[in-house]
Ligand binder design. Sequence first.
Ligand code: GUN
Ligand code: FE
Length: 487
Amino acid sequence: MATSAPTAVAEAVTVAVTAAGKNQLFLGSFVDSAKLDELRYLHDAAVAVDAAGTIIAIEQPCDEQKARLTVLPRLGWAADAVEVHVAKPGQFFFPGFIDTHLHASQYPNVGIFGKSTLLDWLNTYTFPLEASLADPSKARQVYSRVIRKTLSHGTTCAAYYATVDVASTNLLADLCVAAGQRALVGRVCMDQLSPAYYRDESPETALAATRASIAHISAIDPELALVRPVLTPRFAPSCSAPLMRGLGALAAEMPHLPIQTHISENTNEIALVRELFPPTSTGAPDDSYAAVYDAFGLLTDRTILAHGVHLSEAEADLIAARRAKVSHCPCSNSAITSGAARVRWLLDKHISCGLGTDMSGGYSPSVLEAARLAALVSRHVAMGGDEKAKLSVEEVLFLATRGGADVVGLADVVGAFAVGMHWDAQLVGLGDVNADGEVEGDQDEDNNVDVFGWETWPERVAKWVYNGDDRNTKRVWVKGRLVHERK
Ligand code: GUN
Ligand code: FE
């Protein structure tokens, strides 16, 4: 408990108990990111969450008795109307993970990529599968399972690509609302270079289909409380200039909408973009990939750029100037041999970064795995000569939570524990050992993290990052609602 902050952090609030849900009180240890390279440890703390799922008080130190005597009366909460959750020894609450880039439609293909690289992988494995999800029953099966699986790994918010098909894209949004997962849901725009069986017929039909999907998602969640539509040009090679121009215009017309796409993932892809979009055709000042998106009005502070493995200095400076964000996808970048993204270099340029599983370019649905791989890939970058490229446990957990929240435009809403933010959280269980070395808590359960009892809290968290998995994810909440419980 070495890094426990002993100061009391009581926050004054006034609340009305709403009939919509139950007020909740969470008690125990809470860990979140104070800043990029620092975790905050709040032990013996209480977090009060109102019926709408908003954190309205954080008190420390505070046990259940003190909470009942002081916190509940102050909040005006009747004791018997509050649901109390007490973390067991060895357990801690952690913000839910944010997966800033994944393809819900590709989930059945995880692990199936052979020795392919991006462009042949798309044609061999990806387009046939995505096209097949126009079958509504198949889409329902795949999307239900990807939501359940990612929730079980602690992903409370996901930036999803669906497919070209409007009906099944809309179904993905419906299923997210039903399961309670926070999500960005994008209908994939692509009107060129893919097989005829899987592409938008024209820029006009692509834009109409995009509007139809935006209308549906906005209708099922009018306040965008949980699910938001996201403009999704697949990547520059898949989109004609008129489609890109149209999407840029749509982005300007709907300034609340985020945008997601891929950039500079693979060297052959970059060469293709140069060939397809010469500056003479786009009006861009140079032939870089970032300049192409910028020329079409798609490089904005709402833009999530996946990969960014081979960006030039000038491109990174342009991305920083536009305040566009980067989703780092170390699993995918390794699996389909795209390269090692230089995350430290991006962070040093003040580019906001988060983590993406990029299923199924990446083979794992777990953001914890993405964090572990971000740490490892950064060591490969370091072995290339840049010692300071290494990312710490604290840094990869920041990317998985607060970094990701900023990338998806929710920095004030999720990613940490603070009054006013939503309770998007996971209960992590690592087990515990008492002073006599006897096993307590969950240690005896099937679990890949062995705690001996002498580890400091930062050491326990490091063991979770390097050896943990969904067996350690005991419960998951989104906006106060319990959305996963490990049986
Ligand atoms: N570039 C264009 N489409 C894709 C995709 O589905 N996955 C990845 N990793 N890169 C892409
Ligand atoms: Fe991707």
